[in-house]
Write a protein that binds this ligand. Sequence first.
Ligand code: ISJ
Length: 246
Amino acid sequence: MKKIKVGAVSYLNTKPMMYGMQNDAFLQEHELVPDYPSKVAEMLKTGAVDVALVPVALLKELPEYFIVSDYCIGAEHEVASVCLFSEVPVNQLTAVYLDYQSRTSVALAKILMKEFWGINPEIINAQDESYRTKIAGTTGAVVIGDRALEQRRLSTYIYDLASEWQAMTHLPFVFAVWVSIKPMSNEWISRFNAANAEGFLHIDEIAEAQKYPVYDLKKYYTHNISYLLNDEKRKGMEKFLAFLNA
Ligand SMILES: C=C(O[C@@H]1C=C(C(=O)O)C=C[C@H]1O)C(=O)O
């Protein structure tokens, strides 16, 4: 039998959703392909994977897509791992590097710069990891994922992009959703949802297993990231997509 290829974001924030997929029964029928978000987006777009946790910003590039899970990477409070980092307040920035691993957060940062902060710094698309060392003076950078949790310890100013979005729109934000290009059966969708759900019964265990001294993962999994794709989050997602299409 041909395995269903599942593209997944390789950051710590997906561990609770991936927990229920790390068992023989699931892995007999599925192949997990982890990578950073912009790579996962490319994999789904080119058909290298069948289903993937993709940046919401990708959706406008897909002629047709199906959201196949009630779980997502979202935030109803500060997200902690998607921030604009700098050494000066945002209105003094003259240049901002954008994370090459991101599709959604870099688009969100551009919306906030234009619509909320009213700033117009030079935008530089980072090409590799070295850009984080350029955060200095009036140059800032958007960093996402585990590297953002690390950057929190280094930077003076930390603008949490989920919090700023909520201040602007009064809506939660969705960074990534599980999507397929071809429709999946209802039976598969309910099994996939059950696999996604499993880890939420084991949050303490998952957080402790990572041995991650950089950030409190229990807080990250229960307060910062909000995993259920409910109606409010769908509204937030529609609003973000409307900004992208404007
Ligand atoms: C909250 C996060 O969301 C991520 C941000 C993404 C993006 O900016 O394109 C894509 C997938 C999410 O996993 C994070 O990884 O820190």
